[in-house]
Ligand binder design. Structure first.
Ligand SMILES: O=C(O)CCC(=O)C(=O)O
Ligand SMILES: [Fe+2]
Length: 353
């Protein structure tokens, strides 16, 4: 009796959820409870048969085959195939847009350069600006709270002291291992800095321009979603870092002035599931895989569509990162290889004004 009541209750709760939430729940990562003496949790298998796989779409297309129902190739003179969904105008998928070398380059920069001050990261609130995080990981260092010379202020300063790798104080209250900080890195912002508490761009935050080569790449990739003769102006970027159980809930990106301009979104590292909803959370989302080197554009009406990443795939059979880890095989790059084996990075570039 109790079991039936619970089942009915669960069904009612499920029907109260929006279609987006239900799909998120369907695809998110579930781990089976661990059995005694079992070291790793089993992943519960998810039915992925309805997920659009643009790797297969591209292969079929290159082999002269048809695109799946609802998907078409846009004729935009881009130089490589770009696909759209009939019922999500403004959304563009460019499978395999980046070469392996380009993927490795942007992974390296995302870990070594992008989180450097003045760019802000999720760690700023707790530790202030952190310099040289990735080098500190390589050197096995520990971030330690330093004495502040300014006795009046309560500002806390954290540094990687020389010799901190031997201090063995990786998890006391006022210190944390660089490797733990890297694992907990969730985002960094490039160009105009985003203020998450106010949900707007704060031009008063010190910032550098987006690196020239990333600007060039974004301009080139934005072309299918730009009016002829107009050029995309990359002004800000958010870099998201996903660990094995991280997800990004359904949301809209609505802080930019001109929604006709695309968000250029680059996927790196482990394969992910991406949900592209409609203008209401009640519209059923389309599920698709995003692989390292894929680029998506969201412009115009697609800027009003809810979207999110309910899971990433870090198991060896599904992560699709061996072409990257094999490039990071020298001793210097082992930290990169180890990180990306179980992580995903997304760089999304925006025109703000
Ligand atoms: O990780 C992704 O592919 C999407 C990221 C995103 O939607 C965002 O940062 O607003
Ligand atoms: Fe987004």
């Amino acid at each position: 009796m109790y079991g039936i009541a619970r089942a009915v209750g669960a069904a009612a709760a499920d029907s109260n959820r929006t279609a987006f939430r239900r799909t998120e729940k369907k695809y998110k990562l579930y781990k089976a409870p661990t059995k005694p003496r079992q070291r790793r949790k089993d992943l519960i298998k998810t039915d992925l048969s309805n997920v659009v796989d643009f790797d297969l779409v591209l292969k079929a297309f290159n082999g002269g085959g048809e695109t799946p129902p609802g998907v078409f190739r846009v004729q935009c003179g881009f130089g490589r195939p770009v696909f759209c969904f009939e019922d999500r105008p403004g959304f563009y998928f460019i499978p395999g847009a980046l070469t392996v070398e380009e993927q490795c380059r942007w992974i390296r920069e995302s870990l070594m350069d992008f989180p450097q001050p003045p760019n802000r990261t999720n760690h700023n609130v707790m530790y202030g600006p952190i310099h040289g995080l990735f080098d500190a990981v390589r050197d096995g260092k520990v971030l330690v709270e330093a004495e502040s010379s300014d006795t009046d202020s309560h500002s806390r300063i954290f540094v990687f002291p020389e010799g901190s790798e031997d201090a063995g104080q990786g998890d006391s209250r006022n210190s944390i291992a660089a490797s733990v900080l890297l694992r907990k890195l969730r985002w960094t912002t490039l160009g105009l800095q985003f203020d998450w508490s106010k949900r707007n761009y704060d031009v008063s935050f010190p910032h550098n321009k987006i690196p020239d080569e990333l600007c060039l790449l974004a301009k080139k990739m934005a072309a299918p979603a730009m009016p002829l003769e107009e050029e995309f102006r990359p002004e800000a970027a958010i870099v998201n870092y996903f660990g094995p159980s991280d997800m990004l809930g359904g949301h809209l990106d609505d802080m930019e002035a001109d929604w006709s301009k695309p968000i250029v979104s680059i996927s790196l590292g482990c394969k992910a599931m991406f949900l592209l909803g409609g203008k209401s959370r009640n519209d059923s989302p389309i599920a698709m895989f995003l692989r390292s080197g894929d680029i998506v554009l969201m412009a115009g009406q697609a800027r009003e569509c809810y979207h999110g990443v309910p899971r990433i795939f870090t198991d060896e059979d599904n992560a699709d990162v061996s072409h990257i880890t094999s490039q990071f095989s020298c001793k210097e790059d082992l930290c990169l290889s180890e990180y990306i084996r179980t992580s995903r990075i997304n760089i999304n570039i925006r025109q703000v004004n």
